[in-house]
Design a binder for this molecule. Structure first.
Ligand SMILES: C[S@@+](CC[C@H](N)C(=O)[O-])C[C@H]1O[C@@H](n2cnc3c(N)ncnc32)[C@H](O)[C@@H]1O
Length: 216
């Protein structure tokens, strides 16, 4: 296998996310994996294209931004197909992949956008979706809400960084959408997925929750 340039998975957050990704790959026995999106996180890259490829799976990376896609993964293009596309219109046939992976993404968008993205990811997977949502079950969120209620905190608008794409029309007005576990499960069910496993990255400390869901 010719992949050599992948940064080793580091300790801490990234290592924990890799554990969850690996667990999803083991549970689903996925051989064909789509990672969408797969760019814009630089040194802390949590898309794991080289790592998944090194496990012997066929992996495809897709992202809307050609510049970010090629900046991050150009070096891997001879091994891993890189596809520039919009998640709302994926250029793959129905059921092409066993597993679709989606991180650092869905929480940025409106419900309408999320519904379209889920529907496309459902169409191209024959089996599973591994998706990261932002949870409202954290000490930080609860304390922020309390301070807001008490008038001690006025929420500054969140900046969205990166991407040579027009995200403004689809972005959620709150910047990041944080949902409860039941709301997330309902959203996935409405999108045609049955949740198989839920894992918070660090319970109550991190808002990152990972859902492994099966196509219904
Ligand atoms: C949404 S951004 C993440 C932003 C934020 N800074 C973070 O890391 O949490 C992740 C990637 O999504 C890609 N992206 C944005 N809109 C997309 C779309 N409609 N379809 C596919 N990829 C998209 C961007 O090009 C970027 O590489």
């Amino acid at each position: 296998m010719a992949v050599e340039r992948g940064k080793p998975v580091k300790k801490g957050k990234r290592e924990k996310i890799w554990t969850l990704v690996k667990e999803a790959l083991d549970l689903t026995q996925a051989r064909k994996v789509l990672v969408v999106p797969c760019a814009e996180s630089g040194k802390k890259s949590i898309w794991f294209l080289p790592e998944i490829y090194a496990l012997g799976a066929q992996v495809v990376g897709a992202d809307l931004s050609p510049s970010m896609l090629h900046k991050e993964w150009g070096w891997l293009a001879s091994e891993v197909p890189l596809v520039v596309c919009d998640i709302r219109s994926l250029p793959f046939k129905d059921g092409t992949f066993d597993l679709v992976m989606n991180q650092r993404f869905i929480c940025h968008f409106t419900e309408e956008f999320r519904t379209k993205a889920l529907s496309e990811m459902r169409r191209v997977t024959s089996g599973f979706l591994f998706i990261h949502y932002e949870s409202n079950l954290t000490f930080k969120y609860l304390s922020r809400k309390l301070r807001e209620k008490l008038g001690l905190r006025k929420r500054p608008p969140r900046a969205f960084h990166g991407g040579d794409f027009d995200w403004k029309s689809t972005k959620h007005p709150l910047g990041h959408v944080k949902l409860g576990n039941n709301e997330i499960k309902r959203e996935l069910k409405k999108g045609g997925f049955q949740v198989v496993k839920v894992k918070p990255l660090f319970p109550l400390l991190s808002d990152r929750w990972f859902y492994l869901a099966k196509k219904m």
